[in-house]
Design a binder for this molecule. Structure first.
Ligand code: NCD
Length: 279
């Protein structure tokens, strides 16, 4: 069951394609106007309903933490089907972090893997859930340095800094992208998440012109570094650099489909079978 009541292109379609690859039939709700939520049913009851008909629920909602809470609720029900979060409010996006880790791992395959690398996050780090999830996962690698480059109002939140501190991870906060590029092994660009503005137009007051990657920035980048973006982009990466081999965001997106197929296969305990078959 694909329950995506927040806008999504890549996450929804890559999960849908992943299910097709694995031979799983799917159904979806993408708009609560077409479900009983429109009649006032709670999201909790909707999810419980899905659990009666389907064997796995993949969900994205505006409410942070709902997937986690529902996984707990279902674990105490008569049909405790697994739940995968496809993005939880402006808090977490765990499967994006998995595909990002996979992309980093493949990119640095011949450079000793992710350990010891410098990852530079750029843009709306306060509300960008992909950054929050990836930063939390990267603490599992040795000697990784994380740099957070954003205007003060969009800088990474204290809870993530707390996670990094607790893990003893190295990090740096900055508002100057160009000075951070030469030391980067990966640049992770993000868009402004203005759908979370408390007041309409609030983000327009923030000068984001410096948080842009184009041909000038490319000149400062190491030869074997990579440029990533969870997408969608809204002008923070110039299309002029799309052809550069260091721009891996389209490959990163395709990796999402395979990572999600692998995740679902492993949830159903079929990963070893698929692996052995492919050998
Ligand atoms: C991201 C998201 O939804 O958080 N998109 C995605 O899943 N690839 C990033 C974004 O919307 O900016």
């Amino acid at each position: 069951m694909l329950y995506f009541t927040q806008p999504s292109t890549r996450t929804f379609l890559s999960f849908s394609a992943a299910c097709q690859i694995l031979g799983l039939a799917t159904a979806n709700v993408r708009d609560t106007a077409t479900s009983s939520e429109f009649k006032g049913e709670t999201q909790e009851d909707s999810v419980r309903t899905f659990s009666s008909y389907f064997d796995i629920i993949i969900m994205r909602t505006k409410m942070g933490g709902l997937a986690e809470r529902m996984a707990w609720v279902l674990s105490n029900s008569e049909r405790p089907v697994p739940i995968i979060s496809g993005g939880s409010g402006n808090d977490q996006h765990p499967t994006q972090a998995l595909l990002d880790i996979y992309t980093l791992q493949r990119s640095f395959e011949e450079q000793g893997g992710i350990d010891g690398k410098t990852i530079v996050f750029v843009g709306d780090l306060k509300r960008g859930r992909t950054v929050r999830s990836l930063a939390s996962l990267l603490v599992n690698y040795d000697g990784v340095k994380q740099c957070f480059v954003a205007p003060e109002k969009l800088q990474i939140r204290q809870d993530i800094i707390g996670t990094l501190d607790a893990a003893g991870a190295e990090y740096e906060l900055s508002d100057d992208l160009n000075s951070m590029i030469p030391s980067a092994d990966a640049i992770y660009m993000t868009r402004v998440q203005d759908e979370w503005d408390a007041e309409k137009g609030e983000s327009d007051q923030i000068d984001i012109s410096k948080y842009f990657f184009g041909s000038e920035q490319l000149k400062l980048l190491k030869k074997d570094a990579v440029i990533m973006h969870p997408l969608p982009r809204r002008g923070e990466i110039s299309t002029d650099i799309d052809h550069d081999p260091r721009a891996v965001y389209w490959r990163q997106m395709r990796n999402g489909m395979w990572t999600r197929a692998a995740l679902i296969a492993s949830i159903f305990g079929k990963d070893k079978e698929i692996h052995d078959y492919s050998q």
